[in-house]
Design a protein around this ligand. Structure first.
Ligand SMILES: [Zn+2]
Ligand SMILES: [Zn+2]
Length: 745
């Protein structure tokens, strides 16, 4: 292959300067530098790390400086991933250096961590019987070790061997000196799942619907260039994971590799073991990427993928950038999940990036969900995606019976707001008698959600954010769930000085304590961010629940997803209205998804499940459609609303946030920007007014929103970038651009 003479390189440095720079390549480095190489370059009066975007024969930049060094062993960014980075930069209106920072883990970019080295031992020259005898007399320990080493059929870790024989390093060194053992340092992977018990599994039998779904994916794998993205719409418990596993097997059989994206919260040991167990033919076949890896582990997993040893990657959002070659399949499980959206720059959605990466690399993409996002289902209904339905639970298990409890009636009857309705209490009692398990769901942490003064009406607010502080009883403090600020509980109202403070609203901590009082004989555990602070707590609680040591599990969204417990026959949703009335066009969609997902936890075993949904708005469409397991009905109704309001999927939205410690400057910046955008965007796009954000103050900063809408998102992004580049913003105002936003708060 002819290689272009590398006289110059064009790079982006690891700092957001919004510019590409050219450097000269010294002759000695020319054969080593390539597109995707990491290099060290002089920048201003310092040096900086950078990524090579292009190798050039000529450059017309004057006063060009030479690059200083090449970092690492070879290019770490393939041209395919560089293409993807450029697309993301254009689509998400974000500098390419910021995109590359997301694409490559820091530990890989900086190349400061390397492999863990371990000493391996193998037999040296042959040991004669006579020599062994002499050795036995003079150095019995060396003799013992020599005998063990001579029996080795493959190299073993020296430390393991010495431990087994209770011998020390000195003995081994002496043996090596005599030539009776050969020592070599080798790189070993730090395997975060080394302690997991991996039980090899084989394909499970599929039902007819699963067979058809797998067939569709296999057809696509046979002709990936023509394949459309596949949307796998399967009810909870319909066996989607088994389809993924068998589709990955087909992908490997085609000589290609696969990525499986799962929401971080579903990336449980149970999930990882399932993939590792199915592809257990080689221990490094499956790499796992998520945010809880130690730096060394992340380095090893990444290089395991980069070197081609791992052929399957299971991971959270950023695993969409896994450096696999010959990618044949990307699965995005729970594709509707908001955690696929990154809330910092680059504000990308991993599902959408997966579709683009698949298109660029001619590979198959499968989106799976029990509650597809409106965008994906819309694409399927228009024929842009191929729709595959799974309407049956595996083994013909019934969908749970969903009952709505009207909390307004309960309140009229009992004159106070109950946490558990009478019907739910009766249902829990019945489960306890039958030794079946219950899950109670409330998506709000803490004990009381506000502390109010009954005299002057003032609530304790966070000094940094415009939200009320939540009371946590266990630590006896007030805390802000947005910025983490905590405060002591005042004895008297700090505003009027009266002794009239009352606690209002409730969270999971209060539910746990109420349930424990109502059912003193039951074992109750809580699972939320407050109770799961220890590293192993999550795993331990799930294990205890699975083995039946817990009767009632109370939790937040941590327990809503993907968990599979055959003995859970009752799910209680304590307050379905949380989230329904947020000022966000996705509020209804999220509520429908959450209710369906949580309900899906019930009745995964032999007994049919029952779900109680407690609500003050029993007739809201999201709740009614979820109750009847009617996705189609919900979809049509919601789509009509979105069309009427020009919201996605009909128009793209872009949310701009201007924030500052200084309220006036944030506001002025937003207003100026609106004026400029109205001039530069033209009538093709709608520019909303500068408005205080629903969450006006966050972490001490005042926030103003501008919402843009339009169809041609690439053009909108470009025009927006040009306008922003021309505007001189005050130093203390930050402007953030969010294309296809998920959070409007
Ligand atoms: Zn007061
Ligand atoms: Zn706060």
């Amino acid at each position: 292959m002819a290689v272009a003479t590398a006289n110059y390189v064009r790079v982006v440095i690891d700092r957001a300067i919004h510019r590409e720079l050219d450097y000269q390549v010294p002759e000695t480095l020319a054969p080593l530098v390539n597109v995707g190489s990491r290099v060290r370059v002089p920048f201003r009066d310092k040096s900086a790390l950078a990524t090579v975007l292009a190798v050039l024969e000529n450059s017309d930049v004057r006063g060009i400086r030479p690059l200083e060094a090449i970092v690492g062993d070879g290019p770490i960014l393939s041209s395919e991933l560089l293409e993807l980075a450029k697309w993301m930069s254009a689509y998400y209106c974000c500098p390419i250096e910021t995109v590359i920072r997301s694409l490559l883990p820091q530990v890989v970019r900086k190349a400061q961590v390397s492999w863990k080295k371990q000493l391996f031992v193998r037999p040296g020259r042959e040991l004669g019987a006579e020599e062994l005898d002499t050795l036995r007399k003079r150095a019995p320990r060396q003799a013992e070790l020599a005998a063990a080493v001579s029996r080795l059929t493959e190299p073993v870790a020296a430390a393991d061997l010495l431990r087994k024989l209770s011998l020390d390093n000195q003995t081994l060194r002496a043996l090596a000196k005599r030539g009776l053992a050969e020592l070599r340092e080798e790189a070993v992977a730090r395997d975060p799942h080394a302690e997991d018990q991996i039980v090899p599994t084989s394909n499970l039998a599929l039902n007819l619907e699963q067979v058809a779904a797998l067939g569709t994916i296999q057809q696509a794998l046979d002709a990936p260039a023509e394949a459309r993205p596949i949307l796998l719409h399967g009810v909870t418990g319909s066996g989607k994971t088994e389809i993924y596993l068998q589709a990955i097997r087909s992908t490997l059989d085609h000589g290609r590799t696969a990525i499986v994206l799962v929401p971080e919260i579903s990336l449980t040991p149970q999930t990882v073991e399932r993939f590792k167990g199915r592809f257990a033919e080689r221990s490094d076949m499956v790499a796992v990427l998520h945010s809880h890896l130690a730096e060394g582990e992340r380095h090893d997993e990444w290089h395991k993928i980069h070197s081609g040893r791992a052929r399957i990657v299971v991971g959270a959002r950023s695993a969409v950038f896994a450096p696999l070659k010959d990618l044949g399949l990307i699965v995005v499980d729970e594709e509707h999940e908001s955690t696929y959206k990154q809330e910092d720059a680059p504000r990308y959605n991993a599902r959408d990036v997966a579709i683009v990466r698949a298109k660029m690399g001619k590979c198959v993409v499968v989106l799976g969900s029990a509650t597809p996002s409106l965008e994906s289902y819309f694409n399927a209904s228009r024929g842009k995606y191929q729709l595959v339905n799974l309407t049956q639970r595996i083994d013909d298990k019934q969908m749970p019976q969903i009952r709505i409890t009207d909390l307004r009636q309960e309140r009229r009857k009992h004159k106070t707001a109950a946490i558990l309705s009478e019907k739910l209490i009766t249902a829990i009692t019945a489960r306890l008698e039958k030794r079946e398990q219950t899950i109670l769901f409330l998506n709000r942490r803490g004990f009381s959600t506000s502390l109010l003064c009954s005299e002057c009406g003032e609530a304790r607010e966070c000094p940094n954010c415009s939200v009320a502080l939540t009371f946590h009883r266990q630590v006896a403090r007030l805390s802000c769930h947005l910025c983490g600020h905590t405060a002591a509980v005042p004895k008297k109202c700090p505003n009027c000085g009266k002794d009239a403070l009352i606690y209002a609203g409730f969270g999971t901590e209060k539910v746990e304590s109420t349930v424990s009082q109502l059912f003193p004989q039951a074992v109750v555990r809580r699972m939320d961010a407050d109770s799961m602070t220890r590293k192993d707590a999550y795993r331990e609680t799930l294990r205890a629940f699975r083995t039946g040591k817990i009767d009632i599990l109370v939790g937040t969204q941590m327990i809503a997803k993907g968990l599979h417990f055959p003995n859970v026959t009752l799910v209680g949703i304590i307050n379905a209205d949380l989230g329904l009335h947020l000022p966000d066009f996705r509020a209804g969609e999220r509520t429908f998804q959450l209710l369906t997902q949580v309900s899906g936890r019930a009745g995964r075993g032999e007994v049919m499940g029952e779900v109680f949904v407690q609500t003050y708005t029993p007739f809201s469409p999201s709740i009614q459609f979820a109750r009847h397991h009617d996705f189609q009905g919900y979809f049509e109704q919601e789509l009509e609303f979105r069309e009427r309001c020009d919201f996605p999927p009909f128009k793209h939205a872009v949310l701009i946030t201007a924030r500052s410690n200084h309220e006036g400057r944030a506001k002025l910046t937003a207003e100026t920007l609106v004026r400029r955008l109205k001039e530069s965007l033209g009538s093709e796009f709608t520019v909303g007014d500068a408005m205080p954000a629903p969450l006006e103050k966050l972490q001490g900063q005042y926030r103003f929103h501008i919402l843009l809408r339009g169809e041609a998102i690439m053009r909108l992004s470009r025009l927006l970038r040009e306008t922003l580049d021309k505007l001189p913003f005050p130093e203390d105002v930050m402007v953030a651009v969010d294309v296809d936003p998920y959070q409007l708060l």
